[in-house]
Write a protein that binds this ligand. Sequence first.
Ligand code: GDP
Length: 532
Amino acid sequence: MQPEKKDKMTFKEEIQRRRTFGIISHPDAGKTTLTEKLLLYGGAIHVAGAVKSNKIKKTATSDFMEIEKQRGISVATSVMGFEYNGYKINILDTPGHQDFAEDTYRTLTAVDSVIIVIDAAKGVEAQTRKLMEVCRMRNTPVIVFVNKMDRPSRDPFDILDEIEEELKIEVRPLSWPIGNGTDFKGVYNLHEENLYLFHPNKQTIEEGISLKLSDSKLEEEIGESLAGTLREELELVTGVYPEFRKDEYLAGKLAPVFFGSALNNFGVRELLHCFLEIAPSPRPSHAEEREVKPDEEKFSGFVFKIHANMDPNHRNRIAFVKICSGHFKRNTNYKHVRLGKLMKFSSPTAFMAEKKSIIDEAFPGDIIGIPDSGNFKIGDSLSEGENLNFKGLPSFSPELFRYIENADPMKSKQLAKGIDQLMDEGVAQLFVSQFNGRKIIGTVGALQFEVIQYRLLHEYGASCRYEPINLYKACWIESQDSAELEDFKKRKHQYMAKDKFGRDVFLADSAYMLDMARENYKNIRFHFTSEF
Ligand code: GDP
């Protein structure tokens, strides 16, 4: 179904035409390049090279300015909205750098589907595997794009096997490559029964040649030998892989796979068209209280990302709100559920390509940016009065820990405030040891420690120093058996801490210690995400 272009659209049509998704990949697989090509289709940008990679490159460990500059770029590309063929497409950017994985996990809670980019020579890489786990947790529909076919690639069957095995999802190729590297001739689109020929260095987009596999024209186009191979391979494809079924894709069980070359803009349009046809419009969101459907009349949404302003003189932040239901309007009173107070937003922004502009209204699936001076935390909900607390924004068990200490006694207030706000932004997690009262910062990546120190100094005028602490993992604990829980907390007093919300956290100093604790306390559950 292609949404008709009309001047005035109904609320339901506005929802139907929205596609909010994320592109995920291991760094260097081609996410930025693919994003850029998609934006070019939408006319959102006009030249290649306009989209900056949000890659945080760890050049020198102390290159803070570089981190800041790159953080700035990632604000601009956090959300890229554009119109194409009557659809409103919102691409949510996800940092590829593993130190920022938590940011990516949270962004994935705000998308309705994802496109995974895989390098045809490297196959499934570590970061892809991790991100796919998050998609699986939420049954997010996934389309795979196998990129860089213009370079020497692995056997397509091999790649598909690896995707199935490593990403634990059934696959169904909807296009099939003919050769690779310098012998890459193009793809056969099984979905449309079209042949697309590849001309390196020629970025004009050609129509596919409509051609049944049995047609002898195939030989004319790609030669006898390749035509023979293609027929054989496709026979195997049809025999081995299940029929493509949209319902299975939507349930997150089956991933259609496309082959192409983002850099050459080859296979991208077919990917986009199939995506628009099958990818879901905004899906229901889960609040603790109930399921919220996008077409409900009343507005609701949640904050999944907070970004500090780049200007150190204004400590303003932008809270990114995903609209879950209803029609959002500017200058209207909405309830900040956690604070229980009404708030009005006079300058909410939308993100169209790299431009930010103030908007008057927004619909489910859209992301709006709200200027914030410290009212929001990640996971906060907004509504028209109902108490809704959206789920799916857990904190993940950090893997690196350090004590954080005040290095300037005159600035202890600033430090406390800075730490508090940075934790609200989800930069890292703060635990307070129940044993000695010291503050412990836990992060997913090493880079965050530098970011925190730098930002405390530059945005809050506070200085901190770190001291080592030997910890293996932090996990949230709970039990129905309160006597056992109390006993555990007493015995492990030295290893107990509270998180920001006052929840009990067990800080294990080794894998062995954690195993023993689980062994000896059968009624206690140890959680590695804060939402259980
Ligand atoms: P990201 O880290 O996933 O965002 O990857 P980029 O989009 O920045 O791409 C990484 C590198 O691969 C860049 O040098 C791109 O020019 C290159 N690249 C991307 N797509 C292709 C492709 O289809 N073919 C070839 N040969 N190179 C590509």
